[in-house]
Design a protein around this ligand. Structure first.
Ligand code: SAM
Length: 299
């Protein structure tokens, strides 16, 4: 959102509901901060808050699956916690890097000047001109800059984020599990285990309470089923809180039952949180499920 672009709208004849929404956006400190921090969504601050409290992204975390990821605020946070920066470009073919202008056919064709700036007009390269980035621009550099990968899934298309493999698909479709599992596997993760599953998925609100609760249960259930199948077990990382699932829910007695039946038996601890960055008028909350016990659970 751009404040300069939308502010003049307030003075025009908009319906009262739209004016109220815009006014709320202007007042909202998280929206303002997002604008300054260049996060793609206000939601990014919710995940930062959850991580500050529960240390979700421990140094041994290598693989994160972000469900309902668009426009990408949570993926940006997760990728940065894995060591990626917005300067890194993932998987672009040689000569297609836009951050550092390269000559066609070479990875960059650039040398670093003494000033630290990049130039394509320097004469003969010297040893000092060695470009440490060059070897990183292979076909797939996903694991070569940051220490791991984020797989981000959404119905909507997402713009690329360094360190993030984006997938546009319905997570509730029968093919989703196998496809995402195939993206998680790699040389450094041959078993395809996931350290952290995040789900900020939310189906569109229909206004029909029964239908909306069912939709919420469906997405929570799909996220929990995926996590139980793919999360790494706490004992495999020798941390009682290793193997983490974070799921958004909306308050309702049926969701509390879901938590008791489908989450609690499988994790060493399940916490509830309503982050400060979550709007007070929303009934959303998050379950932070830590220490996956593995699949052999007797309920
Ligand atoms: C609150 S937004 C997520 C915001 C995101 N965490 C961020 O930080 O930018 C919820 C997302 O869930 C997605 N979603 C809802 N149902 C889905 C489904 N069945 N499969 C994939 N994505 C879904 C929506 O398209 C929407 O983008």
């Amino acid at each position: 959102m751009s404040f300069s672009a939308t502010r003049p709208l307030l003075s025009h004849k908009l319906p009262p509901s739209s004016r109220a929404w815009l006014a709320r956006q202007f007042r909202d400190p998280y929206v303002r901060e997002r604008s300054a921090a260049r996060f793609r969504s206000r939601s990014a601050f919710k995940l930062l808050e959850l991580d500050a409290k529960w240390s979700i992204f421990q140094p041994d975390v290598l693989t994160v699956v972000d469900l309902g990821a668009a426009p990408g605020g949570w993926s940006q946070v997760a990728a940065s916690k894995l060591g990626w920066t917005e300067e890194d470009v993932v998987g672009l073919p040689r000569g297609h890097n836009t951050n550092r202008k390269g000559k066609a056919g070479s990875s960059f064709g650039l040398q670093r000047r003494a000033s630290g700036r990049w130039s394509d007009s320097s004469p003969e390269p010297t040893e000092e001109d060695y470009d440490p980035w060059e070897e990183l621009f292979d076909d797939d550099i996903t694991h070569k800059i940051g220490r791991g990968t984020v797989v981000a899934v959404d119905l909507l298309r997402m713009l690329p984020i360094p360190g993030v493999k984006t997938v546009q698909m319905d997570f509730l479709s029968p093919e989703a599990d196998a496809y995402i599992a195939s993206l998680v596997k790699s040389d450094i993760n041959p078993d395809g285990k996931v350290d952290v599953v995040l789900s900020d998925m939310a189906a569109n609100i229909s206004g029909n309470k029964t239908h909306d609760v069912e939709s919420c249960l469906d997405v929570c259930n799909a996220a929990a089923t995926f996590a139980r199948k793919h999360l790494i077990a706490a004992e495999d990382v020798s941390r009682t809180h290793g193997g983490v699932l974070v799921v958004k829910y909306f308050e309702h007695p049926l969701l509390s039952k879901f938590r008791a039946k489908e989450l609690k038996p499988y994790f060493n601890a399940v916490y509830n949180c309503k982050p400060e960055a979550s709007r007070s008028e929303s009934s959303e909350g998050y379950w932070i499920c830590m220490g996956f016990r593995g699949v052999e659970v007797t309920r």
